[in-house]
Design a protein around this ligand. Structure first.
Ligand code: AMP
Length: 475
């Protein structure tokens, strides 16, 4: 299984490139960090998760692996998360350790990355304690209630995902000096694909710079230095990279494939990429965090004219189109129901895992996505609810709304997504009615303490949310 392959690679490719962030680490150097963390947490209880809190550090990945070899679930948290959310996540998982940033209040045992660096008492790892049904990681994603919800992904889920990723990317055997570029922070499931595909194939995992319009030149310099062969991206981040013509084959001469996931892939982006990288392979894939990164894929060739599909299901899942659990026929639009090996264990502390169901004796997840089949290919249409993707991030509009409503001084609030003709979210706006004498600047400050940066909407303070006849606000 996955961890056996990784442990073998850690030992077999000791002088080859493994991970790059602040500096380049070889497999040997990286393995040493894994062994140190393993030693530091080896007596931790197996039934309590470990939080790994940081921002794209190689030490985070080494900590994930140490937990996994010990059969302990890890919870990745990125520093981009707002303080209140970090506190909520940590308190709800009640970890045995927090590794990385130790500034969180509470009686938790902590291990800083410096402590790991300075620790020299370690031995070879010879045991793998993770079992297929064990929880491998818990990823938190936007929840309708206003609190993030933790998705528990098992070892069997991730193992199946990586086997499939190897096949669709043609990386079934080790290729010397192959580099996979990481763009996503480790608390999003897009990063699961690049981390584990790299480690399972003995490739180099290049942890890229944050994408920011303000630092474009830094991004292009980083892309060039990375000398990457493969990237796993959301269409939004590829659009951002392609803003400048510098993003082309001259900058990245060895880039031979881009795997997309997370959002609708457009013809405009596909055409632009084929102009800039004529020999590239473009793969579109689809899936929610609850089904372990992705469950469908398809290569999108040059000059593809039809509607872009999300592809064919992976072998060990069955994907159905249903309406109230009744299957629809080919061509009919309905909710996408995923069943089989990729479906996660469920949400943490969820009393009615209503979206996780049993279907024909198999575990299933009702995605809330609408789609249809045509010629065995699956197509994405839209969402059934108010969950959106904004700049690649999954956001429940009611998550923002409930957080704003919980602030003292806010009388009412309605959050809306402004979309383009092609359904792309251009802006998220919160219409807010304040209590008398409430201070708008204090409300703004509270919002930024509660929500991560990417969820902070454009604020519009209004006198009232006008009411329609059925009593619902009209804005
Ligand atoms: P996440 O859990 O952040 O990976 O987000 C999952 C959601 O992203 C899905 O339920 C879809 O709504 C959307 N999504 C993922 N992949 C695609 C795709 N290829 N095309 C359109 N939407 C997608």
């Amino acid at each position: 299984m996955l961890l056996n392959d990784i442990l073998e690679n850690l030992k077999a490719y000791s002088s080859e490139k493994c991970c790059k962030h602040d500096k380049q680490y070889t497999y040997g150097e990286f393995y040493e960090i894994v062994c140190k963390v393993y030693e530091l947490i080896k007596d931790a209880p197996k039934d309590k998760p470990i939080v790994v809190y940081g921002h794209k550090e190689v030490y985070m990945i080494a900590s994930f692996l140490a937990c996994s070899f010990l059969g302990i679930a890890y919870v990745p948290i990125d520093k981009m998360m707002s303080k209140e959310r970090v506190k909520f996540i940590i308190d709800s998982v009640n970890p045995s350790f927090i590794i990385g940033d130790c500034s969180v209040n509470g009686d938790y045992k902590t291990i800083s990355f410096n402590q790991i660096e300075e620790y020299y008492n370690y031995e070879d790892i010879v045991r793998i304690d993770m079992k297929p049904e064990d929880v491998y990681y818990i990823l938190f994603t936007s929840g309708t209630s206003g609190n993030p919800k933790g998705v528990m992904v098992t070892y069997e889920n991730i193992d199946s995902c990586v086997k499939w990723l190897k096949r669709i990317s043609g990386l079934e055997s080790h290729i010397d000096n192959y580099t996979i570029y990481n763009q996503a922070v480790f608390s999003f499931d897009l990063s699961v694909a690049d981390i584990y595909l790299s480690l399972a194939t003995g490739s180099n995992h290049y942890i890229g710079e944050d994408i920011s319009i303000l630092k474009f030149q830094k991004l292009y310099d980083d892309l060039k230095t990375s000398n990457s062969n493969m990237m796993i991206l959301t269409p939004s981040s590829a659009e951002l990279m392609a803003t400048d013509y510098q993003f082309n084959q001259t900058l990245m001469p060895h880039l031979n494939q881009i795997l997309f996931c997370g959002e609708r892939l457009t013809h405009k982006l596909v055409d632009k990429l084929y102009q800039r990288f004529p020999d590239i392979k473009i793969i579109n894939s689809y899936g929610p965090t609850e089904a372990t990164f992705a469950v469908t894929s398809i290569d999108i060739p040059k000059d593809y004219k039809d509607i872009i599909p999300i592809g064919y299901p992976k072998d060990d899942v069955e994907i159905l189109i249903v309406d109230n659990m009744i299957p629809k026929s080919e061509g009919e639009v309905g909710e996408i129901l995923i069943t089989g090996k990729s479906v996660a264990k469920g949400y943490l502390d969820d009393n009615n895992n209503s979206k996780f169901i049993m279907y024909n004796g198999k575990k299933g997840y009702l995605t809330g996505d609408l789609g249809f089949y045509k010629d065995n290919k699956l197509y994405f249409v839209s969402r059934k609810d108010t969950q959106v993707k904004y700049k690649g991030y999954r956001i429940e509009l009611s998550d923002i709304e409930n957080n704003i409503l919980s602030i003292d001084g806010v009388r009412n609030c309605k959050v809306k997504a402004e979309k383009s003709d092609s359904e792309e979210v251009k802006r998220i706006i919160a219409y807010i009615v304040l209590e008398e004498n409430a201070d708008a600047s204090k409300i703004k400050e509270s919002i930024s303490n509660k929500l991560p940066q990417y969820m902070i909407p454009t604020l519009q303070f209004v006198d009232s949310l006008s009411l329609t006849l059925n009593g619902k606000s009209e804005i």
